[in-house]
Ligand binder design. Structure first.
Ligand SMILES: Cc1ncc(COP(=O)(O)O)c(C=O)c1O
Length: 307
């Protein structure tokens, strides 16, 4: 049977299927207990951005959670390439996931599970659409606390998203698009799928602790080094964020996105600042020119099911 893979392709149990048909076992602890790790890479104009760095980080997260797969780096890379190549998507969001798996009946012992690998591609995802970015994003500092790193190392990419999700509701209740969560000392951390940067007097600051060390955050830190822009990784009290000249958020799902309103007030003069614009231009340039990018080996977009 011929299927249209153009809305995305999933890889499950050694098969590629249209994303909309992908199903996981309901007793997988990944679903029942959020017992999973994942990573998200992106493809822009037919090129993967830093795919090997994403896969390395994925292996690191698995190791921290005492998970393993019978797949090596090159095999995972091949599966991800296939998920995009079969879809024909030129701009894509590409997720790899490892779950604890399905326990034997009656067992609560995670060691008894065989860890499972899932992957999928879908059209590129934006935290803020391009129209929203043109005006700048509105953000609130939520009272919801980010899960403490003593409870869960936030550098491990994980499915414990309820704090982040309640932050999204907080943002919507206050008429904003996104929320950044605080820690128990009142410092700003991160939001649902993004890191945060502030600009003050020509220098960048981003929270050091209690955050996922995002690939886009890493890329901004690299660019700052390259351009000679001071960039500090340190605790960021709420007051410091409120006093910023510019704020932006970073994510694979949208790159560098300007924030022009914080807690209902304009950030700086309320316009998208020059540092944000410079970094944003440079980021999108890198998505097509970074030497770590790799082209997707495209094939036909219409494929036979279950190849
Ligand atoms: C909690 C959290 N922080 C930050 C990020 C940004 O990371 P990256 O730039 O690798 O997409 C993500 C991405 O999903 C995330 O889930």
């Amino acid at each position: 049977m011929i299927s249209d893979y153009s809305e995305g392709v999933a890889y499950i149990d050694d098969h590629y299927v249209p994303l909309r048909d992908a199903r996981i076992p309901i007793t997988d602890r990944g679903f029942l207990r959020s017992d999973a790790t994942y990573d998200v890479a992106h493809v822009w104009k037919g090129n993967f951005f830093r795919l090997d760095d994403h896969i390395e980080r994925f292996f690191w997260s698995m190791e921290q959670l005492r998970m393993s797969l019978p797949l090596n780096h090159a095999e995972i890379r091949h599966i991800l390439e296939q998920c995009v190549s079969k879809s024909g998507l030129r701009d894509a969001y590409v997720q790899m996931t490892c779950t604890r798996g399905v326990p034997p009946r009656g067992s609560r012992d995670p060691r008894e599970c065989t860890n499972r690998f899932y992957a999928f591609s879908q059209p590129f995802v934006w935290i803020a659409t391009q129209q929203q970015q043109q005006r700048g994003v509105s953000m609130v500092i939520s009272d919801v606390q980010r899960i403490a790193p003593e409870a869960l190392d936030t550098r491990i990419k994980n499915f414990h998203w309820l704090d982040l999700t309640m932050g999204i509701f907080d943002a919507y209740d206050q008429g904003a698009l996104v929320a950044v969560l605080s820690d128990n000392a009142g410092n700003v951390t991160e939001g649902a799928g993004f890191n945060v940067f502030s600009v003050k007097g020509g220098a960048l600051t981003t929270p050091e602790r209690n955050v996922f060390e995002g690939m886009t955050r890493r890329t901004v830190i690299d660019m700052a080094r390259q351009f000679g822009i001071p960039c500090q990784l340190t605790a960021m009290p709420r007051a410091q964020l409120k006093d910023a000249d510019e704020i932006f958020i970073t994510s694979t799902a949208g790159g560098i996105m300007p924030v022009t309103q914080l807690d209902g007030r304009p950030v700086g003069d309320g316009q998208i600042g020059p540092m944000t614009q410079q970094l944003q231009r440079s980021y999108w340039h890198r998505t097509s020119s970074d030497p770590r990018n790799t082209p997707v080996p495209y094939e036909n977009t219409m494929e036979k099911e279950n190849i």
